[in-house]
Design a binder for this molecule. Sequence first.
Ligand code: C2E
Ligand code: MG
Ligand code: MG
Ligand code: MG
Length: 288
Amino acid sequence: QAKEAGRNCYRFFSPEMNRAAEDRITLAAALRRAIREDRLSLVYQPQVMTDSGQLHGVEALARWIDPELGFISPGRFIPLAEETGQIEVLGEWSLRTACRQMTAWMAQGIDVPIVSVNLSAIHFRDRNLPATIARIMDEAGMPPERLTIELTESTMIDNFEQTVEIVTAIRALGCGVSMDDFGTGFSSLSNLASLPVSEVKIDQSFMKGFEEPSGKVYSVVRAIMHIGQSLGMTVVAEGVETQAQYQLLRAMQCDVIQGYLFSRPLPPEELAQWCAASMSQSPPPVHA
Ligand code: C2E
Ligand code: MG
Ligand code: MG
Ligand code: MG
C-alpha cells in the first residue's frame, strides 16, 4: 500500500510539471538579469478628467521584452517577482524611473500633472517604505504632489495597523495613495474605510456588462462611486473601452477615466505626442 501511495506521489511530478518548474526558474533568472541590466521599461497610460476632458495624470506600467523569451506580461512577471524576492528591487526601479520621467517631462514643458506607480502590498510590510519613496523623489527632484502610489493587493495585507501607518506617512510626504482594483480580490470595503487613501480605482472587470443604466453591474459601480466620493476620494474607472461606458460614467460624475477608449499605455515619447494632440482639441481624442 505504501509502495502504491509512493508511486502515486511520484506521479505528481509529471514531465509537464517538471518543465513548468524549470520554466519558472529560467524565467526568474531572466527577470533578475533584466532588472540588473536595466532592460525593463515603463509605459504610461493617460487618465482623463471626466468633466473637463483634461489630463488628470498617467499610470506607469512595467514592460519586459526579453531577447530570447520575447514579450512577458506583467500578469506573469509581477507575481513571479513577488514570489522570488525581486519585487523590492523592481518597485524601487519603477519609482525611480517614473520620477525621473516626470522631471524630464517638466523640463521639456510637457504638462503631465501626476504619475501613478504600482507597488505591491509586499512593499507595505517594509517600515522604511516612506523613507525610500522620499529618498527616490529627492534624488530625482520630484515634487511629491505629482506622485501617486497605487496599492495593488495581489497579496493579503497581513499587518493592517502597520499598513495604515505607512499609508499615512506616504500621504504626509505629500503624495497621493490609491487603492487599485477595488471590488475584487483582497481590496475590501473595510480596507477602503480604514486606510487614508486619496483615490480609489474601480476594477476593470466591472466594465464588462456596464453599457446600460440598469442591471446589477450598473448598481454596483454607482455604489462604489458614491462610497469613494463620500469618503472624499477621487474615483477612477479603469478599463473603459466604449463610448457607452464613458457616457454612463460621465452621467454618474465619475472623476477620472482610464482605458483603451482614450489611449493604450504609451512609451514616453508617444505620451508626449498624445498630450500635444489632446491639448489642441477638446473634448479629448477618442481612439475607439
Ligand atoms: P493595474 O495596475 O490594474 O493596471 C491596469 C491594467 O489594465 C494594465 O495592464 C493596463 O494595460 C490594462 N488596461 C488599461 N486600459 C485597459 C482597457 O481599456 N481594457 C483592458 N482590457 N485593459 C486595460 P498591464 O499593463 O498588463 O498590467 C497588469 C497589472 O500588472 C497591473 O494592473 C498591475 O497590478 C501590475 N503591474 C504593472 N506594472 C507594475 C509595476 O511596475 N509594479 C507592480 N507592483 N505591479 C505592476
Ligand atoms: Mg494600477
Ligand atoms: Mg487596476
Ligand atoms: Mg489590475
